[in-house]
Design a protein around this ligand. Structure first.
Ligand SMILES: NC(=O)c1ccc[n+]([C@@H]2O[C@H](COP(=O)([O-])OP(=O)(O)OC[C@H]3O[C@@H](n4cnc5c(N)ncnc54)[C@H](OP(=O)(O)O)[C@@H]3O)[C@@H](O)[C@H]2O)c1
Length: 366
């Protein structure tokens, strides 16, 4: 019988069956509480809405009951309009990349995780439905099991920062035992990069503010330079195989590149793709950003013999698995400075915006 001759209810049953046979799973929860960005602005625009739709799970999706979600700089920047060329047509957005919680349901093709397991992980930077919610949806490759020795709050502070560091030093620079890494900036990514490199047998030098000195030395850095107290260009010693620049200002780029050996890798976290697209629109901005990147890559290869990269966080199940092992072994830790209940998300964002709290802030989801 042709489809158009079926009754409305028969057609619904048929569609539901087709949906299910393709591995889609109707969610056990259809609505949940979530922190929504209805328009770009300050912390006051954040809305905790009680009834936000939870879509059906695609075959590789995992529904996670959130227990803790950490705040990354990307969250406060997205709230303020960073990436608006991409996100504005998709408003309202749910913020958040990092999560730790329990598996509540899985899509039809998920193999490695099952309902009830404690997991942690991070969404990729452009995901529209974020993790600041009672229930978040991540793909299987964006999650791994949480070590029992680590709390949800501790675990939620790790994945986005550690995967960004992993992408730079492991996937891009491929640092190996005995090599030297220079990290510029002692925040979450700088700290994660230091610990990942030390665990790989590398020697790490780092620049950071005075408040971060103790943390980075405890994380295994051999030299930590307080850039607020001394000229880091003079204080840093030797040549490096890789530089991870979390600050990405002209001065850090110049100094970082000058400290590289020939064949070394300079990686900045402040790539210009999103800001160019925001200024000139996606159609003009992305080719423009690509041109800037290519020009720099060619120029630095000729002038210094080095590789120049814009590094972006990316889902990497193998990397996340290694990060989990280091976390379990106590070799990777990002201290949490303060937690807020998710209902106080505006206060938490305000504290980050005003730099009242410099380290990690985590939202607890009851
Ligand atoms: N491209 C990407 O995909 C990507 C991914 C992740 C992050 N990022 C960007 O990379 C940058 C760093 O990210 P992040 O997650 O490392 O940010 P973060 O933890 O908020 O750190 C930012 C800065 O705040 C200072 N800070 C952090 N903890 C501190 C403490 N306890 N005491 C004093 N100062 C402290 C650090 O400066 P000092 O050096 O002075 O200590 C640090 O450089 C951000 O601009 C972020 O947007 C980009």
């Amino acid at each position: 019988m042709p489809l158009w001759r079926l009754s409305g209810s028969a057609r619904s049953v048929l569609y539901a069956e087709m949906h299910r046979s393709l591995g889609y799973v109707r969610c056990i929860v259809t609505n949940c509480r979530a922190v929504v960005v209805p328009r770009f602005g300050g912390p006051e625009i954040l809305e905790v809405r009680p009834n936000v739709e939870v879509p059906d799970l695609k075959p590789k999706d995992v529904l996670v009951r959130a227990r803790a979600v950490s705040i990354n700089p990307l969250d406060t920047r997205m709230r303020s309009g960073y990436g608006r060329s991409l996100f504005e047509p998709l408003l309202p957005l749910i913020l958040g990349r990092d999560i730790s919680g329990e598996v509540a349901a899985v899509g039809g093709s998920v193999q490695s995780l099952r309902v009830g397991q404690e997991v942690f992980g991070a969404l990729h930077p452009t995901a529209v439905r974020g993790t600041y919610a009672d229930y978040a949806i991540l793909s299987e490759e964006e999650l791994t099991t949480k070590p029992p020795s680590v709390t949800h709050v501790e675990a939620s502070a790790i994945p986005f920062a550690a995967l960004t560091a992993w992408r730079a030093i492991k996937s891009t620079a491929r640092i190996a035992s005995g090599q030297r890494l220079l990290v510029l900036g002692g925040g979450a990514v700088g700290l994660a990069a230091t610990q990942l490199a030390v665990a790989s047998g590398c020697h790490v030098s780092i620049t950071c503010g005075s408040q971060s000195l103790e943390r980075v030395l405890a994380a295994g850095a051999e030299q930590a330079v307080d850039y607020t107290a001394e000229d880091f260009e003079v204080a840093i010693k030797g040549q490096f195989d890789a530089v991870l620049d979390t600050i990405g200002k002209p001065v850090t780029e110049r100094v970082g590149i000058n400290f590289l050996k020939r064949g070394g890798h300079y990686m900045t976290l402040q790539g210009e793709a999103a800001s160019m697209a925001d200024s000139y629109g996606l159609v003009l901005g992305i080719p423009l950003a690509t041109t800037i990147l290519l020009k720099k890559q060619i120029l630095y290869r000729i002038s210094h013999g080095i590789e120049y990269w814009w590094t972006y966080m990316r889902a990497d199940s193998e990397g996340l698995h290694e990060i989990r092992k280091l976390l379990e072994a106590g070799k990777l830790k990002i201290p949490v400075d303060k937690t807020f209940p998710i209902t106080e998300v505006r206060e938490a964002h305000e504290a980050k915006d005003k730099k009242l709290i410099l380290g990690k802030v985590v939202l607890e989801v009851d």
